[in-house]
Design a protein around this ligand. Structure first.
Ligand code: AMP
Ligand code: GLY
Length: 423
């Protein structure tokens, strides 16, 4: 069969790699793709938001399944456009992707259906938000309602910071219309865990857990980024916690979406905080995590196409997900200065081959193929993933493999997965 993947990051490279392992797939296309994806897929020069052009391409090339990797096209309704054209597509429709597209929607959903999350209030007016903050407890969290590349969340230590935060989001509109509405919520403490789940509208099948490192610098310092590295599984996400999440969070979320007439089919990413009062939802996303996919998919034993088709056909209940009994760590190689100012166009040298059979992977994010070879083309450039029998071993392997790649302004965190030393 022929598969089209929509997106251009490390996550889409990991999805493409996973799809390439399926015996049922003869040909993979990726739109728009990047310098590394082109080694396993034919890259097509169509943007992820060009829904009609993508659907035309899928019709003309008789694509059997299209997989949407990114949030923007999902929230914008790409799945509805494909379905209207009679095309088979994996991802939630617009009315379900809103679970990521609007934080006020997802908070109201959790409140209505008793799903554990931080206490919150929603505001459309900066004046009312400021009045509320006068009597609030600090620290407090301000969130832009809409999509903001993971950067629309401000943790404010005092009233002054919170007032400045309201101005940034609602008056200066740093994240555009995403800040027309804001959610102000209770600050929670604990371990963060990401759990990605396959969903068929009725059934939900959680994958193995992962943890992201969002801050730019070692010791969780510096600005928030898209994610500087991940490890899987999270040793803090025990079987007992998983059971609580299944009973109180995963299935109730599926049921809530169905009750609202918004059947969720695709990947539901549940961002959890393991608090003293039990696991609570930090956020939902409507897609694989980036770079969570880069540590979860290399450990998955199932044929990803079979699982995705079961989701689309409402047969997920028949599938048992299986993961290798090992660990994986992904270290992101970024351009120095990310997430602010950084230079692009630096030639990348690979000193050694990455062999998946031996448990080493290089997932391209911001790279481009030029006549002179592969060059950097973004803030997050590559994700270096390695497996190992234990998390410690996987981390050692991943850091060893970061030395097999060089480019002029290469930057990485040196403490990805370090939290695991504490247990
Ligand atoms: P989100 O995009 O909602 O996941 O938020 C981005 C990051 O902000 C999360 O990964 C957390 O580190 C942090 N964060 C979000 N909400 C809260 C909260 N209520 N309490 C503490 N930290 C939070
Ligand atoms: N790594 C966090 C995300 O994909 O949203």
């Amino acid at each position: 069969m022929k598969v089209l993947i929509v997106g251009s990051g490390g996550r889409e490279h990991a999805i493409a790699w996973s799809v390439s392992r399926s015996r049922r797939v003869d040909k993979i296309y990726c739109a728009p793709g990047n310098g590394g994806i082109r080694e396993i897929a034919e890259c097509v020069d169509i943007g992820a938001m060009e829904f009609d052009k993508l659907a035309d391409f899928a019709c003309e090339n008789k694509i059997d399944l299209t997989i949407i990797g990114m949030d923007d096209p999902l929230v914008g309704g790409i799945v509805d456009v494909f379905e209207e054209r009679g095309l088979k597509v994996f991802g939630p429709r617009k009315n379900a992707a809103i679970i990521e597209g609007s934080k006020s929607f997802s908070k109201d959903l959790m409140k209505k259906y008793g799903i554990p999350t931080a206490r919150y209030e929603t505001f459309d007016s900066p004046e009312e938000a400021l009045i509320y903050l006068e009597n609030a407890q600090f620290p407090i969290v301000l969130k832009a309602d809409g999509l903001a590349l993971g950067k629309g969340v401000l943790i404010c230590q005092n009233l002054q910071e919170a007032e400045a935060g309201v101005a940034t989001l609602m008056l200066d509109k740093q994240f555009g219309d995403a800040g027309n509405t804001i959610v102000i919520e209770e600050f929670m403490t604990g371990r963060e865990v990401s759990v990605l789940c396959f969903c068929d509208g009725t059934h939900i099948a959680p994958m193995t857990s992962a943890q992201d490192h969002k801050r730019a610098k070692d010791g969780d310092q510096g600005l928030n980024t898209g994610g500087m590295g991940t490890f899987s599984p999270s040793p803090f996400y025990t079987e007992d916690i998983q059971k609580i999440c299944e009973e109180q969070i995963y299935q109730p979320t599926m049921d809530a979406m169905k009750a609202e007439g918004r059947d969720f089919i695709g990947i539901l990413f549940v961002g959890l905080m393991l608090t003293e009062d039990g696991p609570k939802v930090l956020e939902y996303n409507a897609r694989f995590g980036d770079p969570e996919a880069q540590v979860v998919l290399p450990r998955m034993k199932n044929d990803i196409i079979t699982v995705m088709e079961a989701c689309i056909d409402g047969r997920l209940g028949e599938i048992e997900l299986e993961f290798e009994d090992n660990a994986a760590v992904c270290v992101v190689l970024a351009s120095d200065g990310y997430p602010e100012h950084y230079e692009k166009g630096k030639p990348i040298t690979f000193m050694k081959d990455f062999s998946a059979e031996e448990g080493y992977y290089v997932f391209h994010a911001g790279t481009k193929q030029t006549d002179e070879g592969i060059v950097t083309n973004g803030g997050r450039v590559l994700g270096i993933t390695a497996k190992g029998d234990t998390l410690q071993k996987a981390r050692e392997n991943a850091y060893k493999a970061t030395e097999w790649v060089s480019f002029e302004n290469k930057y990485m965190r040196n403490d990805i997965g370090k939290a695991i030393d504490e247990i």
